[in-house]
Design a protein around this ligand. Structure first.
Ligand code: AMP
Ligand code: ZN
Length: 109
């Protein structure tokens, strides 16, 4: 079966979408740990930071740029926020489709 985030990309399962273009989609985390908790993912299936290649560097930069845009739109750019990649088992990564957590609105855990 296809990974859960690929299914969100294909709109097979619902998500509260904050941003979308041809390469990236951003949506609310289903179990938020901060007032604003948004996941920013590439539409293409890359498992983890461990699996990115040099060809993916522009795409990874776009993930961070998208986080910045979303932070501005949600009025947390000035107050500050946290960006987080969990990587692999000991990094606590649960979903095997690379995702950038945007955490803001109050002190995130
Ligand atoms: P990580 O531990 O970094 O792999 O984070 C995975 C995140 O995905 C967790 O914060 C989950 O709450 C979130 N998550 C899992 N399934 C969904 C879903 N269907 N929609 C939105 N967020 C999800
Ligand atoms: Zn996937």
């Amino acid at each position: 079966m296809e990974c859960i985030f690929c299914q969100i990309v294909k709109k097979n399962i619902p998500a509260e979408i904050f941003y979308e273009d041809d390469k990236i989609i951003a949506f609310s985390d289903i179990r938020p740990i901060a007032l604003i908790h948004i996941l920013i993912i590439p539409k293409t299936h890359i498992k983890s930071v461990t699996d990115i290649s040099e060809d993916d560097t522009l795409l990874m930069g776009k993930l961070i740029f998208t986080a910045k845009i979303i932070a501005e739109r949600n009025d947390i750019a000035k107050k500050g926020y946290k960006l987080l990649f969990r990587v692999g088992k000991e990094g606590g990564q649960e979903v095997q489709h690379i995702h950038l957590h945007l955490l803001g609105g109050k002190a995130p855990k």
